[in-house]
Design a protein around this ligand. Sequence first.
Ligand code: APR
Length: 185
Amino acid sequence: MTGSEKLVLSRGDITEATTDAIVNAANQGLVGGGGVDGAIHRAGGPEIMAECDRIRAEKGGCPTGTAVVTTAGRLRARVVIHTAGPRWKGGAKGEAEDLASCYRACMELAREGGHRSVAFPSISTGIYGYPVEEAAEIALSTVAGHLERHPDAFDEARFVLFSEADLEVYKRALDRLKEGSPDSA
Ligand code: APR
């Protein structure tokens, strides 16, 4: 898949990413929480929650599979894109579609905002319990598909994995995606 050339994998803390946009694995209420969400609000400061409060008041929140944009506060990124991933319930409750929808919605908002680089965490694979092997495949193929459809819009889509084990899973999934690419034949 040609879009996969712009996918970058790294290990670390997403709050330190220097991409134009960073993605938050949030919840439908945009009320904050642990994991990446807690780290982003702590590092970015109260301005981010103030905008989440406004969005909640206006739209009721962020339904699963959708995304909203706020300031990035003190973070180096220009914006935070908050998305609510699905909770894992065994796989037969539309989790895969919802997870793909999160990545698509984030890429669409990034593109609409003219953000040429975006950093993602591994949405839903922490507190929400989505198996990381399956999530990695959906994450990478969905983002690569968007990059392929919009070849001039982005310089980079980065995945910032918190653990070495998750990074290895994503690396293997990316290798498989590239092997499946007609360009690599
Ligand atoms: N940078 C990058 N990745 C991180 C960071 C960080 N600073 N902190 C945690 N992670 C990783 C986790 O290890 C996991 O692999 O992000 C992945 C997603 O985990 P969660 O943050 O738990 O997100 P999710 O599974 O989508 O659950 C969302 O958790 O924090 C609450 O408010 C949030 O209710 C929502 C739920």
